[in-house]
Design a protein around this ligand. Sequence first.
Ligand code: DON
Length: 579
Amino acid sequence: MKILGTVRHWLFLGSGFAASLTIAQGVSAEEMPVYSSEATAQPEVATHGMVTSRTTLATQAGLDILKDGGNAVDAAVTVGFALAVTCPQAGNLGGGGFMLIHDAKAGETVAIDYREKAPLAATRDMFLDEEGKVDKELSRYSHLSAGVPGTVAGLALALDKYGTISLKEALAPAIELAEDGFPVNQDLYASLVLGKERLSGSPEAMEMFYHEDGTPYQVGETLRMPELAKTLRMIAKDGPAAFYQGPIGEALVADMEEHNGIITHEDLEKYRPSIREPVEGNYRGYDIISMPPPSSGGIHIIQIMNILEGFDLHAMGSGSARTVNTMAEAMKYAYADRSKHLGDSDFEPVPVDWLLSKDYAAEIRAKIDPDKSTPSSEILPGEAPHEGIDTTNFGVMDEYGNAVVNTYTINFSFGSKILVPGMGFFLNNEMDDFSAKPGVPNAFGLIGGEFNAIESEKRMLSSMSPTLVMKDGRPFLISGSRGGSLIITATLQVLLNVIDHDMNVAEAVSAPRMHHQWLPDILMLERGFSPDTIEILEGMGHEVKVGRAMGTTNSIMFKDGIFYGAGDPRNPDTAALGY
Ligand code: DON
């Protein structure tokens, strides 16, 4: 009886037709999810595998691969290329990112770092004007703003080492979408409206995305990208060489030469993604595995969790003023440390073990009063002991026990807004993630130090945090987000909401978020916190700003043989689909 009621509820209350069908067909009464009709938000549910990304079309492309017997890496790489078409504001060929892969057979998790690199000719002061001030136009919208792209090499490496299908097969859905066209979704339309002023500087971009009268393609209109289809075909035929040594690179370098850019053939030829060991921690019996430098994300998620482990967040309650204040305090210390100690560990001695240690977390915890805010001016980065506006996340879990979570970006929406002529894709403006001048905030208000100064071939510090939570040796939860500095805290809150507040993954993603990044000394809240909670937080000493949505996450949870997926309600087309 109860079960029938539950099934009906799912049918009508919008976890989607596929989920309802899966329950009806694939899950016996005993296996019915523990998260059921009492939940305030329903995840997508499936028994074989799950894919989640920012567009339904890319998610569906990945799901088709899983259904054909492909593994999570096959599906993830397919999604990555499909997003380069269906989400051109963030999905990309001209950017970079990070992919975490849990290989069930080998029992290991690896991190693929395909972050962009500073070109060989980059110099520390390249974005400073004559008065020594940071020239933001140069660091964000010029050819100099682009780092050497890593996406094509990174996705190809992941597939080659951990996948089972060919690059050609992984590219096929993207090529089809670009060639035949796809209906513009709300998300892309909104980005085109917002991006028009900048994009109108490029006749090629105007021709691609706008009608002759200057209006963007409308929601539901078919957008075709023949040039991008051609570029994808070249990669399908000749592999990454088409990009790094072939016609795509030729076009990129020629454009650089024409516009005072500095990316050369040598830069492209030398670019290699790195396979790194992820950072690891544990939190209340769960293993947390995430991205190491040059991302700051993994380190600070684990550091904040280490600090919070000493507080009973469950008893303090989700969204209560004490919980929000305690989290904000932990975040302030972490972001203060980020400003000094984080950078590309291939170049700088990032004190990873110290930042991840339970002892250092305990030192910070001792300074935190759950009922009082410490002004950021009184918080300084710790002293390490001496020793030697657009991103997108996606994830896949498969029936073989593999999991992939990936975040990649071209930094801003449409990156630098510069299209590689004739190739149909945008160049990133990731060079702005370096500290152009130590102490001067970047586009996300993040302050960086010497460790993140510009240097030839260095990778710029990132906040991207694809994260995997393991329970009893098996993937339990994957999550990641977009949102610059908000990525770390948005991803963290999905984890805490599941682990501490017993939320299902859809609830964990939907719950209102908070964020503090040390500087500016402002506690940011999404709408949805109660006025009396805000009053208490102000009484604790916080300057509170209630405002825009923070982060867009994609998450999948695996529990008792069932996959639960959730896109993010903050983004209209983000989807989780399973079978
Ligand atoms: O790597 C980083 O941390 C930034 N470039 C990410 C930018 C971003 O998330 C913008 N998106 N919403």
